[in-house]
Design a protein around this ligand. Structure first.
Ligand code: GLV
Ligand code: MN
Ligand code: MN
Length: 412
């Protein structure tokens, strides 16, 4: 069996999906359950049906498009990714795994391949934390890593609960029906852009992921004392922003000095209250993202964060609160799927590197319930989460080809 990817169609579909966006091209903003997200979902469902797939949606909007295998008693082989996009990001993060997954299935159909196990394409709800603060919402619920009760109380920045938002979006079912039974999938493979520079730099077309780094995110609130920017003299201040600045720099220093290049810490959110140029900040909220491939080393950065909060409390007279949003373990990919993906590369003469994923993905959670691995393709200069994110049509087609072969090997 030799597979052929329809590169022109896949490229075109990625462009169509990118146009479902709240901001002008090339930037993409597609927040979960926004109008654009719902319109994109409807268009994707039409593509799944056109490919003859059976479509099902769960109560949180995870979408499953199934190509029935000849033996329905066997666990299915899953593939897929997400289509939500963080504000002002690019058009390839996640989407390549959904539309590439669909094209992989269509390529297998065109070749006359008959799967013994069903092959199921998944579009996960809200891999990005933009709206509800926590990443991989859909896959956490699927895998039982987040309880339905904890999910139900999540709120967006407008104060709307997940319950209200998903009901309004047309997903009224019970959240406790989302978790999958063990054995539902026999394997899961996700195609994704690398979001790092290694493949491009080494001129290697495919990365086969062997492990996914452990993410943690937390909100730190600093309560100080507000006041008049002219009248309150410096010795008498309890400026929440200056305390938050010290905490931020301490976290950066902690991540820089673990001795490992794998430690990263980012403060991507900073809300200053009341937010007036002539008013001393009385309250600051910081959003932190801390990751490492080694969970213990990551946790030592979190311990440094805690120490730094206590330190500014003593020295500056402020009060701090730390709220942990998630603190996940890393994932190890399944050696059998890693080998199958490697064999698929060999078959088409594509070189590949085994590598670690520093970004998190729904695969991090799928790995908790079934053997999982990922296939990476290069993206220009490793850029991601930016409008200039780019992968060539050839790179996407090569990744899709490797995915299709891997799915065939796992489903045969
Ligand atoms: C996913 O988007 C991540 O932040 O790793
Ligand atoms: Mn992303
Ligand atoms: Mn992604």
């Amino acid at each position: 069996m030799t597979l052929k990817i329809d590169t022109a169609r896949l490229t075109d579909e990625l462009q169509v999906l990118a146009a479902f966006s709240d901001v002008p091209s090339p930037a993409v903003t597609r927040v979960v359950f926004s109008d654009q997200d719902l319109r994109a979902r409807a268009w994707l469902r039409s593509l799944y049906s056109e490919a003859g797939l059976d479509v099902r949606e769960d109560a949180v909007g995870n979408t499953f498009a199934r190509w029935q295998g000849s033996d329905p008693s066997l666990g299915a082989v899953g593939t897929g990714s997400h289509t939500d996009a963080i504000p002002h990001s690019g058009m390839y993060d996640g989407t390549v795994g959904v539309l590439g997954g669909l094209e992989a299935i269509r390529a297998l159909q065109r070749s006359g391949f008959q799967p013994r196990r069903s092959i199921e394409l998944l579009m996960f709800t809200s891999e990005e934390p933009t709206r509800f603060g926590i990443g991989c919402l859909g896959s956490r619920l699927l895998c039982g890593s987040l309880s339905p009760e904890s999910a139900a109380i999540l709120k967006d920045s407008e104060g709307m609960s997940l319950e209200e938002v998903r009901a309004a979006a047309g997903f009224p079912g019970q959240l406790d029906s989302v978790a999958l039974k063990l054995g539902y999938y026999s394997a899961f493979v996700e195609l994704h852009i690398e979001q790092g520079p290694l493949l491009e730099r080494r001129e290697v077309p495919i990365g086969v992921v062997t492990a996914i780094a452990a993410p943690a995110s937390m909100m730190v609130t600093v309560h100080g004392e507000g006041g008049h920017a002219g009248a309150v003299l410096m010795p008498y201040r309890k400026d929440a922003l200056m305390a938050a600045a010290e905490i931020s720099l301490a976290v950066e220093a902690a991540a820089r000095t673990t001795g490992a290049i794998d430690s990263v810490a980012t403060i991507g959110l900073c809300d200053v209250f009341p937010g007036a140029i002539n008013s001393i900040p009385s309250r600051v909220r910081l959003g932190l993202d801390i990751r490492d491939i080694d969970a213990d080393r990551r946790d030592r950065i979190i311990a440094d964060l805690e120490r730094s909060c206590r330190d500014v409390e003593t020295r500056r007279g402020v009060r701090t609160e730390i709220q942990t949003i998630n603190r996940d373990l890393p994932a190890t990919c399944d050696p059998t799927i890693v080998s199958a993906a490697g064999a698929a590369c060999d078959k088409y003469g594509l070189s590949y590197d085994r590598m670690v994923s520093r970004a998190y993905h729904d695969s991090l959670f799928m790995s908790r319930i079934c053997p999982t691995a990922m296939v990476f393709i290069p993206c220009r200069a490793g850029v991601s989460h930016r409008p200039d994110e780019y992968s060539t049509p050839e790179a996407i087609a090569q990744g899709t080809l490797v995915l299709a072969e891997t799915l065939a090997a796992l489903a045969a």
